[in-house]
Design a protein around this ligand. Structure first.
Ligand code: GBH
Length: 421
């Protein structure tokens, strides 16, 4: 069964940041710090999904999706990142999963969508190898409680973005600006992914995926384009699919933290690769020595309200490129996010965006790529990280702070699309 769904993430929608024993996450710390996010917005209330989830399930039933990708808040479940479990946190996801199953919607939870327990960050976060082991313990806890109903899991969301925005540039939590010294964050997340995959399998999981955000690289300069492709795409896909890291020596960096046996763990076979696609990247030769490329930006295409270029065929190009690079090592692909920011209720631009990308997906399938799912980012307008509530990705408009939900034109369009299938 092809999975048709919408996607969300815990910190972006739940709110209830200090309720029912939830511990602090790095996003609580970062968003509450002056200058952390635009206008000081936080996820303290967000969409109030923690209380309004029955309404959100009803919206999904009405939409007609057969799957829902959401994330579990690690600090809600294990407030200190290790040790004691918070029963009320697990109860929340238990109710949510029951509600999904009752409506015939397949749950596809992501274990980590960037909201690391603050207690683990205090010990170095993903710079600390121990975090990988804590992650596997947390995976075992949730699989033990939910695994009788949850058959498919995603370990990590976009380890690239978490490393670069969170630890290299400091524009996301935990707000560290280490540049290339952030590289161990890639390895420790991937090691955590591999260890968690083992824990999920031991608990009987049927489908385990990782979600990487990938971008087709439009190279105006070959060497610079290759460098960007290596550090953005291959650094996260190669170890998982091929069991080896791409050669980084040309960029003056080494992954000293890799130990014997790590790559075998990281390349534990997967049942699918989750791909988040937003747009291609146009790359030219470097103009200074801070990075081995220049991001030239894409011109000549429409842009979303966020300013991101709209290039539907980039999805086909990306998928066909993955198939060419990895061949038989590429498992079935799931588009775990695709969407755009537009504020209007009558959002014809979002309809055009989705229509174009769904056509590109079909074209990739016709070219032989095995795609088995598509999830719109996002069900609801939500806390868009550093942008706070200023960017609106929802099929459903949310009025902040009353939390009133209003389906947009794109919701009705997607509903018709799903009904026609
Ligand atoms: C995802 O990240 C996240 O998983 C999700 O939580 C988030 O809400 C959603 O997307 C929307 O942002 O400079 O014009 O080339 C997306 C990561 C990183 C995708 C930056 C697009 C470059 C746009 N993104 N990126 S551009």
């Amino acid at each position: 069964m092809f999975l048709w769904g919408t996607a969300t993430a815990a910190y972006q929608i739940e709110g209830a940041a200090d309720e029912d024993g939830r511990g602090a996450s790095i996003w609580d710390t970062f968003a509450r710090r002056p200058g952390g996010t635009r206008d000081g917005h936080t996820g303290d209330v967000a969409c109030d999904h923690y209380h309004r989830w029955p309404e959100d399930l009803a919206l999904m039933s009405d939409l007609g999706v057969n799957a829902y990708r959401f994330s579990l808040s690690w600090p809600r479940i294990q407030p200190g990142g290790s040790g004691p479990v918070n029963p009320k946190g697990l109860d929340f996801y238990d109710r949510l999963v029951d509600g999904l199953c009752a409506r015939g919607i397949t749950p596809l939870p992501t274990l980590f969508h960037w909201d690391l327990p603050q207690a683990l960050e205090d010990e170095g976060g993903w710079l600390n190898r121990d975090t990988s082991h804590r992650f596997a313990e947390y995976a075992a806890i949730v699989a033990d409680r939910l695994g009788d109903r949850v058959r498919g899991w995603i370990t990590l969301n976009e380890p690239f973005v978490h490393m670069v925005f969170g630890y290299a540039m400091g524009v996301h939590a935990p707000g560290r600006a280490l540049m290339l010294d952030a590289l161990p964050v890639a390895h420790h997340q991937l090691l955590g992914h591999g260890l968690a995959t083992g824990a999920l399998r031991a608990a009987g999981a049927e489908r385990v995926l990782i979600t990487n955000n990938c971008t087709p690289v439009w190279a105006e300069d070959q060497a610079a384009g290759d460098a960007y492709d290596v550090l953005h795409n291959r650094l996260f896909n190669d170890p998982v699919l091929l069991g080896s890291y791409p050669d980084l020596s040309a960029y003056g960096v080494t992954l000293d933290c890799v130990r014997d046996g790590d790559l075998e763990i990281i390349s534990t076979p997967l049942d699918g690769l989750g791909i988040n696609y937003y747009n291609p990247t146009r790359i030219g030769a470097p103009t200074d020595d801070s990075l081995p490329w220049t991001d030239l930006g894409i011109t000549g295409h429409p842009t979303t309200a966020f300013g991101w270029p709209v290039v539907p065929d980039g999805l086909r190009e990306l998928l066909v490129g993955l198939r060419e690079r990895y061949g038989a090592a590429l498992p079935p692909v799931y588009i775990t996010e695709n969407g755009c920011s537009y504020p209007e209720l009558d959002d014809q631009a979002r309809i055009d965006f989705l229509d174009g990308h769904l056509a590109a997906l079909r074209a990739a399938q016709e070219e032989g790529v095995d795609v088995r799912g598509y999830f719109v980012w996002s069900l609801l307008d939500n806390f868009e990280w550093a942008e706070g509530y200023h960017q609106r990705f929802g099929l459903v408009h949310v009025d902040f702070p009353t939390s009133r939900r209003t389906p947009r034109a794109s919701f009705h369009w997607f509903k018709d699309f799903l009904a026609r299938r």
